[in-house]
Design a protein around this ligand. Structure first.
Ligand code: MN
Length: 195
């Protein structure tokens, strides 16, 4: 059963260099994400989730089905938010105003986001999300967890699994996180914030 397909990358494998190398994309997207898609397709039949969307599976499943489905959703949100074009360096309009309202300034937001990514123990993801009222929150999610499990809307995420940065940065996770701002496509992130 091939219910789930590997997303297409919206840029070439070398487009994010030097922040993320072609080699890291080839492994992270081409091996790790492709592996989660293959695994989920192998697990879905007989799971009761054959007709469910990825989001529904993430909110209702557990075990291997959950882990692989959530990692697909996480990585789709992750890879879609980057660009190799000369991106604008910070959000504008409604999202920019919400960041200042909830974190004091864009610089304070970045500092807290990087810190939460750097201090997450082991594997996982740091997320910027919106609650139902539009308030912004930063959460650390272990392993494959996604903020939609907490009824939050995910807006931006940094992957802190070692496979996301070890080829390029080895153990220097904070340096990797600090560099990622250069390739964020803020138009994509703004479009996820519907307030
Ligand atoms: Mn990853």
């Amino acid at each position: 059963m091939e219910k789930f397909k590997l997303m297409a990358l919206p840029y070439g494998a070398e487009a994010l260099e030097p922040v993320i190398s072609r080699q890291t994309i080839e492994f992270h997207y081409g091996k790790h994400l492709a592996g989660y898609v293959n695994n989920l397709n192998g697990l879905i039949e007989g799971s009761g989730f054959e007709q469910a969307t990825l989001e529904e599976i993430v909110c209702r499943s557990s075990g291997g089905v959950f882990n692989n489905a959530a990692q697909i959703l996480n990585h789709e949100l992750y890879f879609e938010q980057f660009t190799g074009e000369q991106a604008k360096q910070q959000p504008t309009d409604v999202l920019a105003e919400a960041i200042v309202r909830d974190f004091g300034s864009f610089e304070s937001f970045k500092e807290e986001f990087e810190k939460k990514g750097a201090t997450l123990f082991g594997s996982g993801w740091v997320w910027l999300s919106a609650d139902k009222a539009g308030k912004l929150v930063i959460t650390q999610e272990p392993n494959a967890a996604n903020p939609i499990q907490k009824e939050l809307t995910p807006l931006l995420t940094f992957d802190v699994w070692e496979h996301a940065y070890y080829l390029d940065y080895q153990n220097r996770r904070p340096a990797h996180l600090a560099a990622l701002w250069q390739i964020i496509d803020w138009n994509v992130v703004e479009n996820r914030y519907k307030f």
